[in-house]
Design a protein. Sequence first.
Length: 643
Amino acid sequence: MQFRDLAAVFRRIEAKNSRDASITELAATFRALRASHPAQLPRALYLATSQLAPTHAGVELRFRDKSFAPVLTAAFASPTKALSQDDVFTLYKQTGDYGTAVDELLVSARFDLHEDSASAPMTIDSVFEQLTLLSTQVGKGSTARKQEIATALLRQCGTQDEATFLVRLLAHQNLRIGVGVKTALAALADAYVATGDDTDDRKAATKEWLAAVVTAYSQRPSFDDLVAIIDDCSASDSLHDMCVCVRTHASPVPGTPLQTMLGYPAASLAEIVERMAKLPNAMAACEFKYDGARLQVHIAANGDMAIFSRNMERIPSEHKYLRTLRRSLRLASGVSSLILEGEMVAIDSSTGKLQPFQTLQTKDAEDMCFFAFDCLYHNGTSLVQAPLEDRRSLLHQSLVPQPGSVEFVKAYDVNMATPSAIADVRRVLQDAIDADCEGLMVKSLGESYKAGARTHTWLKVKGDYLSGDDAGGGSAGIFLPDSLDLVPIAAYHGKGRRANVYGSFLLACFNPSLGTFETVGKVGSGFTDAQLAEISDRLRPTTLVNKPTAYRASELKSVQPDVWIPPNDVWEIRAAQLTQSSRYLAGAQEGAKGLGVRFPRFLRPRPDKRPENATTSDQLVELYEASVSSSRSATPDDAESLT
């Protein structure tokens, strides 16, 4: 398939701005590729999701903002209308999007397409291979080499669509059309479903098929692997048989990270007990929740070790986490291969006390301990379908603890169906707080591991959000049950003592269905003067004049920021409540109010999280609906910060 045809699909998706339309367009494209160029299907999936490889491969294209302007002038400069690199960069600063800038310059004829008539039109393969080549350029002179490759690629563009979306991939590694992995997976699943009558049975089978594809990707997050597995299973007699086949063949393997399973925050101990008691197995593990870095540790049968972050990013071989585990992780006799999950936590080696997460970023490798809490793969066998009780048993049989270096998480099992359950959980929570932990993760012992899912079979609770009357519903009306991970997308000039820095920031959650950042509040408290100075100095060179198209923000004058900033950071924010607000658009449906946070306070940066891993709009809606009964005293339109 020619790249211009794929770029035209991207343009239609951008224009329609609808997830359903995106799935329809991509499904038709993937179906056509299956029929004509099946080898291009994984590459089309990567390009549609603004990737070149799985996340754990660490492939990146991004240029520094200013270093990309020379590429555009070299690729598109008109011989009759001179345009300087500074002019191009200024236009980019107005929009925050080099693709939009190129669109405007081509439409106004200040840029020209220079397609080489002697060369064949670009294909998905040729574009993918050149982008991959560009991503391998490192070391001395790499910027110049990347500029040369990018310029040559852009000079082959024969359509405005090709130019726009190649520029976005090169400059931002983001097509900015709102297509994420979930949308692409829905389209891929649809591409393997034959057209037919829309009966209830068929709808149920199609729903099961989509769930199987999503599960397969969650356990083996690689489009190359996924397409190969689905192709092998596509000869099955029915969609149900295809589901069984895909689930069977998409088991985890050492070296490829699984998407992590996540839990929901609980507002009270009563909520935890009520939810867990309703499950078939009312027994739950109350695990200490450590303030560290969640890691997935893979040990292959040949002894190779790899570790991955919660975002599935491979930890470099020279990193202190890997050095610590190579030195201290000991397998029990007869254990050859494992996939483990645990938390790396900084410790004070002289006292053994746990240290906060920030300390982990600066401590030497010797001053940390890995607390293992799950086993997902053991001696060639996947354990994701096994109940936690069995996974934990194998975990304890597979590792030889090294006190102060490698330990098991501290946990107590509680029967949630007994009258004393709330008191029992409260005692464990107090023990966790006394041990310098954040709180508890309460996990059903009878449930399987749901890779990539957030479920109520795992619940988290922090001690500082609970009042003495836990049975009465906790303190949802005072504090949200958990902190939020939000993205600063704009800034406001400070006043008075903060006159020379940005004094407050507009915060956003992430909408993965649309690929957009939706405003949820404005924060100005919790920062030290030194933090504000550092943040301001770092952000000033990156500020944008106009709101980027990927931002959903109110046009109300009262909340307009002084500058917009790229979505690069994630901050942990504590807030009192979520309320409906006309000033913020988080979770807002067409024409309706969004959600805003009351009294947000900055806690700390989260360098271990990408903006796309921030709290989602759906999560905020769920939190709001869960706490609405205890939030009735909040005025509906008073979401604001203390600045």
